[in-house]
Write a protein that binds this ligand. Structure first.
Ligand SMILES: *Cc1c(COP(=O)(O)O)cnc(C)c1O
Length: 367
């Protein structure tokens, strides 16, 4: 069947990018973050490629973790938001998942629980992100309540999340790391603070475990779009095809709301991808697109199944030509920047309609 839209995922890029993370933080263990369907890349295929380079996976929910266990993955799996209800603790124990505890009821429930197998727990410390976690001053008490509880493994980890590490000039990161250090001072157990930006930009954040996410998928975590010293390989390429080329006169409007008009007589192309596939509806005219490998820009509003593109000056481009919305040859960061969002959102919002096509697998089968 002919396809109007593809999201091609180059799995070899995932292997390269986790290698970049390991090289950047050589003394740390790596927890590969594969939440939200591996940032839209497909949980099981992505995890299969990352498995040999990773010491643990991190996910948000038991549902995501169960998919990994069902697929046969035996790595450690960390539940970044811990249990949502008390009953999740027994499920976590049976599946050998490691909950991150960020709030009082979770600590109370786990310290009293009688689980069939003890679980490894992590304590989330709020060092300034002010989203999840315990006040730094409360950490020794939380640790005391958990350590020695019958259903908690002896080694308890500590985790914090960096709010501003994507800006290499922001002093917040240094303050957060100092607070984290003080909060866990004297307590045994592994420490983890670094997201991708920490891995690539803040060596002091590496500690015992790093938690790379976006960099594994080949996009820069930094606000300025640079990958630091590390060249990352983009994994996902969103592609459609040119389904029409029409010529219009100067002043002719293009698309819904007639929001854009041709400045001169010109060819306008129609590409078979729209917001129904996850392309951002708010991408303005001028957002870069590759048509037949040549760079041009959107014109007019994004439709559900289509976008219009400026075909002036494109060489030898005919109906049927491939169009790249982001990925190989066109960094997702750049498209995201033009559309007022971040690459994370582009990847996660790519809908199942943009069928994932996998290339570059090391193993043909998921183990
Ligand atoms: C999503 C997430 C990460 C990964 O962040 P990136 O910016 O994608 O590297 C790390 N830690 C926690 C707690 C997260 O929720």
């Amino acid at each position: 069947m002919s396809r109007r839209v593809w999201a091609t995922v180059d799995l070899s890029a995932l292997r390269e990018n986790i290698g970049v993370a390991r090289e950047a933080a050589p003394r740390s263990r790596v927890m590969a973050v594969v939440k939200s369907d591996a940032y839209g890349h497909g949980l099981v295929p992505a995890a299969s490629e990352l498995a040999t380079g990773t010491d643990a996976f991190a996910v948000t929910s038991i549902e995501e973790a169960a998919v990994l266990r069902d697929a046969g993955f035996r790595q450690r799996i960390v539940l970044l938001q811990g249990p949502f209800v008390t009953g999740d603790l027994e499920t976590a124990a049976v599946l050998r998942l490691e909950p991150v505890l960020h709030t009082e009821w979770q600590v109370e429930a786990l310290s009293r629980a009688e689980l069939s197998v003890p679980v490894t727990a992590w304590i989330k410390v709020d060092t300034g992100m002010h989203r999840l976690g315990f006040h730094p001053g409360a950490v020794p008490e939380v640790w005391r309540r958990l350590s020695g509880a019958p259903s908690v493994e002896a080694e308890i980890g500590f985790m914090t999340h960096l709010a501003c590490a994507d800006d290499r000039g922001d002093e917040t990161t240094r303050r957060q790391l100092d607070l984290f250090d003080q909060a866990c001072a004297g307590l045994p157990g592994p420490r983890s603070a670094a997201n991708s930006a920490g891995v690539l930009g803040w060596p002091a954040s590496h500690l015992d475990w790093v938690r790379p996410g976006i960099m594994l998928y080949g996009a820069s975590p930094f606000v300025d779009g640079g990958g630091g010293h590390a060249p990352l390989s983009p994994a996902m390429t969103l592609e459609g095809r040119l389904i029409a080329i029409n010529r219009y006169d100067a002043g002719d409007p293009v698309g819904y709301g007639a929001s854009w008009r041709c400045p001169e007589p010109m060819p306008v192309g129609v590409v078979s991808v729209g917001y129904g596939d996850g392309y951002p509806r708010h991408a303005p005219s001028g957002t870069p697109v590759l048509v037949g490998g040549q760079r041009t820009g959107l014109v007019g509003r994004v439709s559900m199944d289509m976008v219009c593109v400026d075909c002036r000056g494109l060489d030898g481009v005919v109906v049927g030509a491939p169009a790249t919305l982001w990925g190989a040859g066109l960094p997702a960061e750049e498209v995201a920047g033009a559309a007022g969002t971040i690459s994370y959102e582009l990847f996660c919002r790519t809908t199942p309609r943009a069928r994932r096509r996998y290339v570059g697998a090391a193993q043909p089968e998921v183990t």
